[in-house]
Design a protein around this ligand. Structure first.
Ligand code: ATP
Length: 619
């Protein structure tokens, strides 16, 4: 369930942020020769060129003062042409800079998301994270949306951040040369006050941003829930209540968004007062304050007589050049302040992605400790894997006890059992007694509380396979449904494989699907869950089972939506194909297909019975 109360500690721009940010940087720049590094270096190069051109453009007005005061027509013409050329070069360079930024964003997103996917889909981490862990909200949103936004923000700020120290140093030196210590200190003072106010205002923004992202995820999840369960909701005519609940989530989200905007308003007002922030705010206080400050700082050496020997033309040229240097220096600081808004977003996303990475790595490590072969054991891609089955036993359970994750009460106590080939086992019991949970323990989704469970045949086609209670249909063609979870095991087999698939679809009673889809490999534009009836879904899962032909098939109420007759036909086919069945079900009609029955009685009790023979063992 993605809707969770996270109970997160307040995220800050702190040491933890730096650690998480560094670990993300290692993913974005895995090695010196990586294409991301090359792209970033190119971006830096282009940004430096842009700065050089901007410097030249900034000096042009002061050169105009000089040329015009000398009434030099020839130089004036040259200067006009030079200025136009510089402006054209500047616009081309800025477009290239933007283009590289976009490429870098896509490339970073690819690296980061694929890294998250690798850890998320490793073993059964995605299951543990989504079902058993309660400390991470909306992992799907963190992977799909937060990673995207982080890369976008980083790509927009990275080059500016790296280039800032150089531009600031250069313009500081220039400003010092023109105005001396007093001018320089005035501008630095201006920046320091802005930074302090900024830091105070930024703290709550990071926290609210994180809250907003969580609520966005919850809101989207609600819509996804309606999308997936539209028919069931419609049967209840639940439009009104669902509208109310969805609006409730929307309102919570919008309240947080408004609160975020209120907090940002103070940042903007402050920025508007001290610095220029961003174009939508247009002409603002900064322009006036900055330009006035630039004249104030040059006035000091002028009145002190430092430039007494200059002609009026030279002096006006100097004043113009200094105005540019001071305003640009303030602008460099402003960009840093401007980046602080972006940085607060980056901090929010970094914490969310950092937390997710820490948790999935932790889950992966724990699972690896319990089951070192986990990563490779579920790789169905190699043919060799299917040929290794030799054991005549599927599971050996010794004194096994287990409970559900949120409770201390044991569902089953000290169960000892061997599941052997050709001995079909039926698992029965009342609702909630832990039948499906036993299958979870057998499949290592849950850890036993006590005792041991050993899987003595490998997991996969020709080994052991599970059919879960809810039929799982993947996105893709009919062939992909049937061969799931194989990706494409017989890529070159062509018609040989086609014949098998057609035969098994026929045996499962869903050959009509070929007509509906238009062929095994036709892409369908529908959601399989919306168009197939529950019975058809179960039959399709049986076609999958026939195709994969495991030695042991573990079926969790796999025929609950079918008639007894259809159930009999499917069970007989499984047996003809040589499968040993471990079935979970409520119908007494299932007994005739099994040799042994394990009944879970609740409160940890169980009993094992040989079917049509006397009771064998009782706990
Ligand atoms: N992810 C989970 N977290 C917490 N409790 C769970 C979880 N999954 C199942 N449970 C609880 O564990 C208990 C056993 O569930 P289980 O699915 O094994 O029941 P079952 O015997 O298969 O029932 P049914 O016949 O209805 O399928 C139930 O009380 C259930 O609510």
């Amino acid at each position: 369930m993605p809707l969770r109360n996270t109970g997160l500690k307040r995220p800050k721009l702190d040491w933890k942020f730096l650690q998480r940010f560094y670990s993300i940087l290692k993913i974005l720049f895995p090695s010196w020769s990586n294409q991301n590094v090359l792209m970033f270096a190119t971006l830096l190069g282009v940004t430096i060129l842009v700065q050089l051109v901007i410097y030249q453009v900034g000096l042009i007005p002061s050169q105009f003062y000089g040329v015009l005061s000398q009434k030099n027509y020839g130089k004036f013409q040259e200067l006009v042409s030079f200025a136009i050329l510089l402006i054209l070069i500047n616009s081309v360079l800025k477009s290239v800079e933007q283009y590289i930024c976009s490429l870098l964003y896509v490339s970073w997103r690819e690296s980061l998301t694929e890294d998250l996917h690798r850890d998320y889909f490793w073993g059964r981490v995605y299951y543990t994270l989504n079902v058993l862990r309660k400390d991470i909200d909306n992992p799907d949103q963190r992977i799909s949306q937060d990673a995207e936004r982080l890369c976008k923000q980083l790509s927009s700020m990275a080059s500016r951040l790296v280039i800032s120290p150089f531009t600031i140093s250069y313009y500081t030196l220039q400003c010092f040369n023109n105005t001396g210590w007093i001018g320089l200190l005035s501008i630095f003072g201006y920046f320091v006050i802005g930074t302090v106010v900024n830091k105070i205002l930024m703290g709550p923004i990071v926290l609210t941003l994180i809250e907003q992202e969580k609520l966005e995820g919850d809101f989207r999840f609600k819509h996804m829930q309606i999308r997936v369960n539209a028919e069931s909701a419609a049967f209840y005519r639940a439009g009104k209540v669902e509208c109310m609940r969805t609006n409730w989530r929307l309102q919570r989200l919008l309240r947080t968004q408004r609160s975020l905007m209120n907090k940002e308003l103070w940042l903007y007002i402050k920025s508007q007062s001290f610095f220029y922030v961003s174009p939508p705010f247009g002409v603002n206080t900064f322009d006036y304050l900055g330009s006035i400050l630039s004249y104030v700082v040059i006035a000091i050496p002028i009145f002190a007589g430092v430039y007494d020997g200059m002609t009026p033309g030279e002096l006006s040229s100097l004043v113009s050049k200094n105005a540019f240097v001071c305003i640009y220096l303030i602008n460099c600081f402003t960009q840093l302040i401007d980046l602080s808004t972006t940085l607060s977003d980056v901090a929010g996303y970094t914490h969310r992605i950092g937390e997710l990475r820490e948790v999935i790595i932790d889950i992966g490590r724990k699972q690896c400790d319990c089951d070192p072969a986990l990563g490779e054991a579920y790789n169905f891609d190699s043919d060799g894997e299917f040929l290794n089955s030799s054991s005549g036993t599927a599971f050996v359970l010794q004194q096994l006890s287990y409970k559900c994750p949120l409770s201390e009460e044991l569902l089953v106590k000290e169960l000892s059992l061997k599941i052997c080939q050709d001995t079909h086992l039926l698992l029965v019991g009342n609702t909630g007694t832990g039948k499906t949970s036993l299958l979870r323990v057998l499949n290592r989704l849950w850890e036993p509380s006590n005792g041991s469970v050993e899987m003595t045949t490998f997991f996969g086609p020709r080994g052991i396979l599970f059919l879960p209670q809810k039929p799982y249909l993947t996105d893709g063609t009919l062939r992909e449904q049937v061969i799931y979870p194989l990706k494409d095991i017989y890529p070159a087999a062509g018609s040989v494989d086609d014949e098998r698939i057609l035969q098994y679809l026929e045996l499962a009673g869903v050959s009509s699907l070929i007509k509906r889809t238009g062929g095994l490999d036709e892409k369908v534009d529908w959601n399989w869950y919306d168009v197939l009836s529950p019975g058809e879904m179960q039959r399709l899962c049986f076609a999958r089972l026939f195709y994969l032909q495991p030695k042991f098939a573990v079926l969790d109420e796999a025929t609950s939506a079918l008639t007894e007759e259809a159930e009999g036909q499917l069970y007989r086919t499984c047996k003809q194909l040589g499968m040993t069945l471990v079935s979970l079900g409520h119908r007494s009609s299932l007994e005739k297909y099994h040799d042994v029955m394990l009944r879970l009685c609740g409160g940890g009790q169980w009993e094992l019975t040989k079917l049509k023979m006397e009771k064998h063992n009782q706990n």
